[in-house]
Design a protein around this ligand. Sequence first.
Ligand SMILES: [Zn+2]
Length: 159
Amino acid sequence: MNKEQLRKMREQIENRENAVKLVLDEYCSLDGCPCGFKEFVFWAGKKQGPGWMDNIQNQLVKSARELDCFSKIEDFEKEYWLEGAYYCKNCGTRWNYFSQEWRMLAFQERLLIIDGDDPNKLFDEVIGDEIFATAGSEPAGRRVLNLEQWVEFMLGRKH
Ligand SMILES: [Zn+2]
């Protein structure tokens, strides 16, 4: 990456939504969908809480569900906190979408490959620095990434 590209990337990741969009755009232009990137599988599916939520993860799940390659599966098995299921038209992967209300009007969002392995095992514990937590329940003992570091992590750079 040259300086100009780096500068552009920095501008784009000024906010969470743009950073997520940049990462998803990159996956889709490389592979047609994000399903094959283990960083995506990890970050979209990792466990949140109990007393906190990862705002980058929530945005990632929200934006991913809106991708053209994902279509809704109407007939999915009902399960606690399971809000929907998706089928990837590009690669055939099927995803469950969980949205757990962990406190009033605050949700922990997750996308998990149906019958897939536990995504938490893909990487050591790491979270974004945009965390919303109940006082005293902040996650501890994990590597924390700011937005720029998060983009680099997701794109497999420097980590
Ligand atoms: Zn896919």
